[in-house]
Ligand binder design. Structure first.
Ligand code: NAP
Length: 289
């Protein structure tokens, strides 16, 4: 059993704390606000919590779970309190900028991204078993110490996550397609529907909206901070995926304008087939490391 530190006791940090304590580890939390530290102990998320990094002097592994913009500044402050063999990992949804900023500061660092969440945030949003059945991506470099990688991987597996290893830039490109692009597409969909100028048609559409609209609008109607964060920290890869999306959108629109129903049907038959490898869980689990 290990001593584990968690910096940033919100949805992800708090949920990790609940599971890691459940697996028998001793968990020490550091968060910005004293009230959050109190609630984290009250909720059983951590064994102890403070606003001060000195609590983490003797831990084996630290998970950095602050908002993305605070990760590198947090690591800079934290490292003078750690013993050199402490393993550092993070949970940020974007990997290349984090790995580039943190690796030169701490040799024993492993970039990570548990791909689970809810629409809520903060310590009250923390949930047990949030990561079970979800992907957990690790983005080691050639210089990453194998023992550090193995330790983080073992912890991720103990959460019942499916662990994948990949290059940080490949991670960011992949999540641009399946996570960040859908937010922008879905937000555009909501904005377009809301722009109906006839108020009785708008009201009717709102009444008729059902599961199809609920599914396609979910990620565009979520926490604005998350969408903003993705755009700011994965801007280039998001823009490339948006350009490809615009091409496909334009060609579908052209087929409809030209009433080329055969070509439209062919295209929709193809997309029906192409969807499966993205969502078929058996296929995905077979391919996890
Ligand atoms: P969150 O619920 O807002 O939690 C972050 C917590 O960090 C806040 O509650 C805040 O607690 C604390 N904090 C903020 N600045 C800090 C600082 N400088 N030092 C110490 N603590 C600080 O956010 P989250 O959704 O858990 O996201 C955290 C990280 O997980 C992000 O890097 C995000 O990219 C990643 N992630 C999120 C999701 C998701 O779906 N939400 C999924 C995977 C990964 P107090 O101010 O109350 O102390």
């Amino acid at each position: 059993m290990m001593k584990v530190g968690i910096v940033g006791l919100g949805l992800i940090g708090g949920s990790l704390g609940l599971d890691l304590r459940d697996r028998g580890h001793q968990v020490f939390g550091v968060s910005q606000r004293p009230q959050t530290c109190l609630r984290a102990v009250e909720r059983g998320v951590v064994d102890r919590a403070e606003v001060d990094f000195s609590l983490l002097g003797a831990v084996n592994v630290v998970f950095i779970c602050t908002p993305i913009a605070a990760i590198a500044p947090t690591v800079k402050q934290l490292i003078s309190y750690l013993s050199p063999d402490t393993i550092l990992t993070d949970v940020a949804s974007v990997k290349l900028p984090i790995v580039e900023a943190v690796s030169p500061l701490w040799a024993n660092f492993v970039g990570g991204h548990p791909m689970a969440g809810t629409e809520s945030s903060g310590i009250e949003a923390a949930l047990p078993n949030l990561f079970a059945g979800a992907p957990y991506v690790l983005t080691p470099l050639e210089t990453t110490p194998p023992a550090a990688l193995q330790t983080v991987e073992d912890l991720a597996r103990s959460l019942q996550s499916h662990v994948y290893r990949c290059d940080p830039a490949d991670h960011d490109r992949a999540v641009a397609w399946i996570s960040h692009l859908p937010v922008v597409v879905s937000a555009s969909l909501i904005a377009a529907c809301a722009s109906e100028t006839n108020s009785s048609v708008l009201e009717l559409a709102q009444k008729l909206a059902s599961s199809g609209f609920r599914d396609t609008s979910r990620v565009g109607g979520g926490n604005p901070e998350l969408g903003l964060m993705m755009a700011q920290h994965n801007r280039e890869k998001l823009l490339s995926s948006l350009a490809a999306y615009r091409d496909h959108f334009d060609s579908l629109m052209a087929l409809i304008e030209q009433q080329d129903w055969q070509a439209l049907e062919d295209k929709l038959q193809l997309t029906q087939k192409e969807r499966s490898p993205f969502i078929n869980s058996e296929f995905k689990i077979q391919n996890s490391k």
